[in-house]
Design a protein around this ligand. Structure first.
Ligand SMILES: [Zn+2]
Length: 95
């Protein structure tokens, strides 16, 4: 007889050498007061990863306190709705 186990959902471990872009990971995020017209901010992720439900553990690059991450990969920085200061700082940091 098979025995059924239940597993807790775990974050997949990063595979060494797989990342094409070494260095810190960034995430789009929003402030607690975000509305439809509020720009997205960008923050550096820690090992804790994305906080989609709130509790972001680093401030945005522009210094604003942010609350939660967006499940969108930071790739195209030409979005109109990304905070200009965050975008500038990210571009400066990857030059
Ligand atoms: Zn910002």
């Amino acid at each position: 007889m098979f025995k059924f186990f239940t597993f807790n959902k775990v974050q997949p471990a990063p595979i060494p050498g797989e990342s094409k872009e070494p260095g810190p990971e960034y995430s789009y995020c929003e402030t607690a007061t975000a509305a439809a017209t509020t720009p997205w901010h960008i923050r550096e992720l820690t090992e804790a990863g994305k906080k989609l439900g709130g509790g972001a553990d680093t401030p945005a690059l522009c210094g604003r306190k942010v609350s939660w991450d967006l499940n969108t990969v930071v790739r195209d920085l030409n979005y109109e709705f990304v905070c200009k200061e965050c975008r500038k700082r990210l571009l400066d940091s990857i030059k």
